[in-house]
Design a protein around this ligand. Sequence first.
Ligand code: BTN
Length: 149
Amino acid sequence: MVQVTPFLLLLSLALVAPGLSAKKCVLTGTWTNDLGSNMTIEAVNGLGNFAGTYHTAVTATTNKIQRSPLQGSQHHVNQKSQPTFGFTVNWSFSDSVTVFTGQCFVDETGREVLKTMWLLRSWVNDLKDDWKATRVGINIFHRLRSQRE
Ligand code: BTN
């Protein structure tokens, strides 16, 4: 009995410790990127799907910027603590669509960061203009307000 107790203690530590060390990166919340754009991602459902809104700070058009809806999905297999994801923004104020893909990381200070790449497809009037209709770039997002501990 005297030897069983320390063994059980060690066993429970081994089971609990990995969960304590790996902080999970969670997409839900409000984020801001390096351009000053803000987005809010609502709850991620059991299939990994989510909705949200995107307020871009910049536009390739001369139109007045409006908050726009986004739809996305997060990879949910194995419940990874730093999941990959993708989402599409269907711009309310232009005929364009942007797709983002990326990964949700926890950096060395414990801060969550979304590293993304995007393709912005702009509407063009003519097939001859197709060559110049797609822009590519990267955006880095950090959580705007601290919503989690
Ligand atoms: C448009 O100009 O037709 C729609 C707005 C596009 C904004 C782009 S999407 C990629 C990049 N990241 C942002 O936060 N905004 C720009």
